[in-house]
Design a protein around this ligand. Structure first.
Ligand code: ADP
Ligand code: MG
Length: 308
């Protein structure tokens, strides 16, 4: 019997936890938690790993500001760099966990530089809203060569965040999965590109990694879509004495909770939306859970499950 396909979308905290400096040692240590579970799961499931890159791409942006002697790199190149950097860290941690668990060391994995097509007529291009990278003072923003906005943390660069239309490498990913290779892809939401027939070019934008993961899950025909983050699931009345983890909700209920404002944009809202889209379009399972409880979520024993 064919193994079912799992897509696991790793949040930023799989690598850097809140209040950590984010050294390479910390990132390797943190990754063990998810990679140990993924190593065990890979015996029963075929696996696709996607991941965020917020803190890593933020640091690369800061490094651009630190040096005036070398040409600055555009965002699309930095996203490509983080796909390589994080892919390397995931692969080497996974290898270590396979060894530790004594699981078949011939297990194959591949990190793919991934492009994601966006639509140049997407209304999101009208207004850059997504803050990224370093925080600037009011004086500094006068000389910064891109749009900025005042956020809760201070002035930050803002970019547009268009919808993912299609993952360019979906056929390659399907082939890898058919061969039971673990595919690490769509890092940082993928490199956003606009297509002109066969050619494409990168744009200064950031695609939400949860939404692109849902798109890929659909395009590849995934059976279970897991969104792993730093909270046990989607929480109702978050941050109040009445807060409560939602164990499951059907699409209609989830839509209602969204309307009532339980899930804010930029954090929990895209996760709930991504889970809803996948379930709606595939009829399969989607669970939002913590990085520590990926295996339990696969078994239906943890997290918030979105049902049709
Ligand atoms: P990731 O890097 O995993 O994508 P995010 O920071 O984007 O993580 O989203 C997870 C965060 O969403 C949690 O750390 C939590 O602080 C925040 N959050 C806001 N509202 C909610 C909610 N209703 N339920 C759960 N988490 C919420
Ligand atoms: Mg996020």
């Amino acid at each position: 019997m064919e193994k079912e396909i799992l897509l696991i979308a790793l949040g930023g905290n799989a690598l850097i936890k809140k209040d950590q400096e984010g050294s390479v040692e910390e990132q390797f240590e943190n990754l063990k938690v998810s990679m140990r579970q993924i190593a065990r799961l890979s015996e029963k499931y075929r696996i696709i790993i996607t991941h965020g890159n917020g803190p890593q791409v933020g640091n690369l942006l800061l490094q651009q500001e630190c040096c005036n002697d070398i040409p600055r790199l555009p965002l699309e190149i930095l996203v490509a760099q983080t796909q390589g950097q994080i892919g390397y860290m995931i692969e080497s941690t996974l290898d270590g966990e396979f060894m530790e668990l004594g699981i078949d060391n011939k297990k194959n994995f591949v990190t793919l530089i991934t492009y994601v097509v966006v639509d140049e007529n997407d209304p999101a291009f009208q207004e850059p809203l997504k803050p990224i990278g370093p925080i600037y003072t009011k004086e500094e923003i006068a000389s910064v060569p891109y749009p900025t906005r005042l956020t809760a943390k201070g002035y930050r660069r803002v970019v547009v965040s268009p919808e993912p239309v299609t993952v360019v490498e979906k056929n390659e990913i399907r082939k890898l999965i058919e061969m039971d290779f673990i595919a690490i892809c769509c890092g940082g939401g993928g490199i956003p590109v606009i297509r002109e027939e066969r050619s494409f070019h990168g744009v200064d934008a950031v695609i939400d990694k949860d939404l692109v993961s849902a798109k890929l899950a659909e395009e590849v025909g995934v059976d279970i879509f897991i969104i792993a983050t730093d909270v046990p699931g989607a929480i109702l009345n978050y941050g109040t004495p009445k807060q409560k983890v939602l164990r499951s909700a059907n699409i209609r209920k989830a839509e209602l909770f969204l309307k009532e404002g339980h899930f804010p944009p930029g954090s929990m809202k895209p996760k709930v939306r991504a889970a809803m889209r996948f379930v709606q379009n595939s009829g399969k399972r989607a669970v939002i859970t913590s990085v520590e409880t990926i295996e339990e979520a696969v078994e239906g024993k943890a997290g918030t499950e979105i049902t049709p």
